[in-house]
Design a binder for this molecule. Structure first.
Ligand SMILES: [Fe+2]
Ligand SMILES: [Fe+2]
Length: 179
């Protein structure tokens, strides 16, 4: 196991650690799936009405979503694995985020409404849909099996908290309502 894989081990998990386990709020998987649904809808709209403004909103949503996954959910998932055979799910997910990071700026460089913009938007949509599907069909069910309900709730709180921070950094609170 590479040394880097131990990085972040448990650093954010169970952060509150004071015995207080909130029953409010969504668990991590519900929160991430909700994000997926919202981005799926936005990507559909991008296909039929490819505006730059919508693309900017999608970019912000994807950046926040992938960041909270990489900072909080993925490391917790990796830590929960009892064998190395499922580690490919973790590494593949990271690589797919990386590909999204490459495609996004390319779409932004092409002119709104052009055939190139539409083609790149379609590639982004396919990519994100494939990635979200793999998380929902493979990674999340495994995470649900390996982590307890309390841990998933705790992670959900951490994800929500971090998401709020990143959203306010990006000044997204209001714009999100329009999504
Ligand atoms: Fe992801
Ligand atoms: Fe995701």
């Amino acid at each position: 196991m590479p040394a880097t894989m131990k990085r972040r081990s448990s650093s954010r998990r169970m952060k509150s650690g004071n015995g207080r386990s909130s029953r409010k709020g969504k668990d991590a998987i519900a929160l991430l799936k909700e994000d997926h649904q919202m981005v799926r809808k936005m990507l559909k709209r991008l296909e039929s009405n490819g505006s730059e403004d919508l693309l900017n909103q999608i970019e912000a949503e994807l950046k926040i979503h992938t960041q909270i996954e990489e900072e909080i959910f993925y490391p917790a998932f990796r830590d929960s694995l009892r064998s190395q055979k499922d580690e490919h799910l973790y590494y593949e997910a990271l690589e797919e985020h990386h590909v999204v990071d490459i495609v996004l700026p390319e779409i932004k460089e092409s002119s709104e409404g052009s055939a190139e913009f539409e083609a790149k938007a379609k590639v982004l949509k396919d990519l994100v849909e494939h990635h979200a599907e793999e998380e929902e069909k493979q990674m999340f069910p495994k995470a649900r099996k390996l982590m307890g309900a309390a841990e998933l709730r705790e992670l959900g709180e951490q994800l929500q908290e971090r998401k709020q921070e990143l959203m306010s950094d990006m000044g997204m609170r209001m714009r999100r309502r329009a999504a």
